[in-house]
Design a protein around this ligand. Structure first.
Ligand code: 26Q
Length: 836
């Protein structure tokens, strides 16, 4: 203990830091707000920018979180409970302010306090930048999980990286995507607390040295390393009105001091300061490629940096509480790996236990295999992470030795189970042999974990029969499913206040903690008065979306049209192209005068393309050019509109989901692991048009066939068809598709840029098109027509909409987390003692 803490602890006024609880009423909070605004931030009412109002309000709320945060930490320590660490390279948290207000139950008081000062809460909220530390589904899932863990009072801590630059900002120029840096921390982040006292030292490079002591005990030292410091920043994660505040701990890379000094002594001071930069680069930027390999050294550095710092932090805390005895460590700790991105943790935990805490291999391996659990998020083979052995050798030599040893012992196990089956050994090896041998990160994760799960029923089945078949034969009980979910706090209560109030009035507010209670809504689907209110709320939400689209896309959406929305990362397997083909088909019908019984339709597409993914970028360009042509043609007035929403992100989805009628979930069957946008739309009363893929299957099971627009091949059907897929035959024999392709190929949408869409066209006509866009076209446009028809029958549509919300209870991340805790983590809920 340092002298200062000694002083404080032994001081007669030792409890001078036990402050009285902060006031939670409008007046008390308004006082704090004014003090922060005027004193802490030094502003006065002449300041024109509302940004400082956002800052002052955030600090006001953060104070109220901090008191609960300490109580939660103390409660976990006192209970000495089992804990889980959610390791993820991505946490797509979005905005914190409105979430904190909702979960603390301070919405009304804050709004009132501000109102009395002449300030509008909504305007203040809009000043918060999104914390965009993730690409898409996987990162947002981590954020929803943290919300659920805190709301269920589970001792779970998130570990991630504090990227200086989050997901790039997408700007559209001439219909094309351009990337701009997202310097989200520029104006400071009121939601983080730096904890330099928990800084860790992370080794890179160097070499290993083996030695044997006089008792014959072997040990290895990793020496001559270039170390980087990991400084933690804590972000509070409030539970829903339960006084629990959990922690998301994000690591920032910083240079060590001696790093500079060595160079300085050599007489090159400026160079040594420049070196400092290299260390700090590790957490500079989020990699923006979802679902594709990148193979860059910096990315591997990020992965090890996260794994090493987080494990050190956990072991440090264990030793603080239990001393150097690890016998009960596995009973009390669990690491959940969010995909293979942090899978190097398997080897790093081995290293720390052996090299830094003197455990023998067997004891360490037992701990690893009882504490690590791995979640897979993709079936695309090209997205399975592999790292060149040579990169490991250079950057993490000690880790490579451990991986080789894990592999040798594992392959011996395989050989004893299947003697002589060398092909199986080659297939299952953690090392893929070849000219440039690779470490297979998914296999490392499987071998090192006691649980491996997929994220939807179909996905988990396909993993077992496909990618991980051999491993399932060896360890069938390791594999399990945990269907994804989303938090209804953010994705219903917070983003859809109109519906929230109607639900509260109709069935009470129990659904905010227990989403299965939405079932009680079912009888109201038949009630005309209730339907009318449902309709009115949807129209208000559509109006908000209309304004957003008008402002961001410069396209006017008429309120009475069906709002048909596809927002997600741009990827061929998600088939935004199929959506575009349908829009062109509708355009053809309009031009042909085939518009009897027409349902006006507004199609909204949004999403980012990985900066190096040329086909995805071309698809964005196509969407923008088709939209421009259609919106500019007077014949489409009142019938069809299309818009591309730039810079799709969490805070935009909060406006989009409540205002959507039709949710597009149209991936090639067997390719989308789960999807989670599908769940957000369903909760907000949108109806899905979708394939039998990912969680769509379970959504349809819950909501019933009659409340879901199903089309397309099955996953098995897709695979069966590969050998004899003939898109050109399909195009030639379907007049609607032929007409669409003709218009596309005529250059109608790229009059001033000949050939701009050649690759896209080629992909559709390619017999080896892995996504089989043409194969599902006919069924898709037919089912789209059924959806349009259904929308014209307002009462029918409203019934379907209400039932979608009523039956969305299964897709709460509370349900998902309850399953993780029951089957994998085995955690007990721990409530903090309330002082506030
Ligand atoms: C890999 C290597 C180098 C750099 C980046 C990456 C990388 C980054 C992000 C690879 C993949 C991702 C993200 C994947 C992802 O978001 N997957 C989605 O996960 C969701 C949550 O489980 C599912 O619902 C989606 O179906 C799945 O696509």
């Amino acid at each position: 203990m340092s002298p200062l803490t000694d002083l404080i602890k032994n001081h007669p006024n030792a409890n001078c830091f036990d402050l009285p609880p902060l006031p939670l009423d409008a007046e008390g909070m308004a006082d704090d707000f004014r003090r922060y605004y005027a004193h802490t931030l030094g502003r006065d009412c002449d300041d024109q920018t509302i940004y400082y109002a956002y800052k002052a309000l955030s600090i006001t709320l953060r104070d109220r979180l901090v008191e609960r945060w300490k109580n939660t930490r103390n409660a976990y320590d006192e209970a000495d409970c089992k804990r889980t660490y959610y390791l993820s390279l991505e946490f797509l948290m979005g905005r914190a302010l409105s979430n904190a207000m909702l979960n603390l139950g301070l919405n009304d008081a804050v709004a009132q306090g501000l109102y009395e000062m002449g300030l509008a809460l909504e305007e203040i909220q809009d000043n918060e930048p999104d914390a965009g530390l993730g690409n898409g589904g996987l990162g947002r899932l981590a954020a929803c999980f943290l919300d659920s863990c805190a709301s269920l009072q589970l001792p779970v801590r998130g570990y991630g990286l504090r990227y200086e630059y989050g997901m790039f900002r997408q700007v559209i120029e001439g219909g094309e995507q351009h990337e701009e840096p997202d310097h989200w921390l520029r104006d400071g982040n009121p939601w983080e607390l730096e904890r330099p006292e928990f800084t860790q030292r992370i080794p890179f490079g160097g070499r290993t040295e083996a030695s044997t002591d006089r008792f014959g005990r072997k040990s290895v030292r990793w020496i001559d390393t270039s170390d980087v410091l990991a400084v933690p920043y804590d972000v509070p994660v409030p539970g829903y009105r339960n006084d629990t505040v959990n922690t998301l701990r994000l690591w920032k890379a910083a240079a060590t001091d001696e790093f500079n000094l060595d160079e300085f002594n050599a007489g090159s001071y400026p160079e040594s300061v420049a070196q400092k930069n290299a260390a700090e680069h590790i957490t500079m930027v989020l990699y923006p490629n979802d679902a594709s390999e990148c193979g860059e050294e910096l990315r591997l550095r990020q992965q090890f940096f996260l794994a090493s710092a987080s494990i050190k932090d956990v072991l440090r805390d264990w030793i603080r509480r239990h001393g150097n005895d690890f016998t009960r460590f596995a009973e009390r700790n669990c690491f959940q790996l969010n995909d293979t991105h942090p899978a190097v943790s398997v080897a790093e935990l081995m290293r720390q236990l052996m090299d830094e805490h003197d455990l023998e291999w067997d004891a360490a391996w037992l701990i690893v295999r009882q504490t690590m659990a791995y979640t897979n998020h993709t079936l695309l083979p090209e997205a399975l992470e592999r790292w060149p052995v040579r990169l490991f050798r250079q950057l993490l030599p000690r880790i490579l030795e451990i991986i080789f040893e894990i592999n040798a012992r594992f392959l011996a196990e395989v050989a004893s189970r299947w003697p002589g089956d060398v092909d199986r050994q080659r297939r299952m090896s953690l090392i893929e042999e070849g000219y440039d041998p690779q470490v297979r990160m998914a296999y490392l994760a499987i071998v090192g974990s006691f649980s491996v799960n997929g994220v939807a029923a179909l996905h988990s089945e396909l993993l077992i029969d496909g990618l991980f078949r051999d491993f399932n034969e060896l360890w069938p009980r390791k594999f399990n499913n945990k269907t994804n979910g989303v938090t209804q706090r953010r994705w219903l209560a917070m983003c859809n206040p109109g519906l929230r109030e109607l639900l509260n009035e109709t069935i009470g507010d129990g659904w905010v903690r227990d989403l299965s209670q939405l079932k009680q809504l079912e009888p109201f689907a038949a009630d005309p008065a209730f339907r009318a209110r449902w309709h009115a709320i949807k129209q208000e939400n559509k109006q908000r979306l209309v304004e957003q689209v008008s402002q961001l896309c410069r396209v006017e959406f008429p309120l009475e049209a069906i709002f048909d929305v596809q927002v997600k990362r741009i990827h061929e397997y998600k088939r935004q192209l199929l959506n575009v083909l349908h829009v062109i088909h509708l355009y053809n019908r309009i031009k042909r005068g085939d518009t009897r019984n027409w349902t006006p339709r507004c199609v909204l597409i949004g999403g980012k393309a990985a900066p190096g993914y040329m086909m995805a970028k071309q698809i964005i360009k196509l969407i923008n050019h088709v939209a421009r042509t259609i919106n500019g043609d007077p014949d489409t007035a009142g019938l069809l509109r299309m818009a591309f929403m730039p810079d799709y992100r969490v805070s935009l989805m909060e406006v989009i989901a409540p205002g959507t009628d039709l949710s597009e979930q149209i991936s090639t069957a067997g390719k989308e692991a789960s999807g989670t946008g599908n769940m957000k739309f369903m909760m907000n009363g949108a109806i899905t048009i979708g394939t039998l893929d990912g969680a769509n299957i379970e959504i349809r099971e819950q909501v019933g066939d009659e409340n879901f627009f199903l089309f397309g091949m099955t996953a098995a059907g897709v695979e069966a068809r590969r050998q004899h897929y003939d898109p050109n035959g399909i195009i030639a024999s379907d007049p609607a598709l032929l007409e669409v392709m003709n218009l596309l190929e005529s250059g109608h949408f790229n009059q001033f840029a000949g050939g701009a869409f050649d690759q896209v066209i080629f992909a559709i006509r390619n017999p080896h098109d892995p996504w089989m866009t043409a194969a599902d076209f006919r069924n898709y446009i037919d089912v789209q027509e059924q959806a349009a028809l259904a929308y014209r029958d307002r009462e029918r549509w409203l019934r379907m909409s209400i039932l979608n919300t009523a039956r969305s209870g299964h897709f709460s991340s509370d349900r998902t987390i309850t399953e993780y805790s029951r089957d994998i983590w085995h955690l007990d809920a721990v409530a903090p003692h309330t002082s506030a």
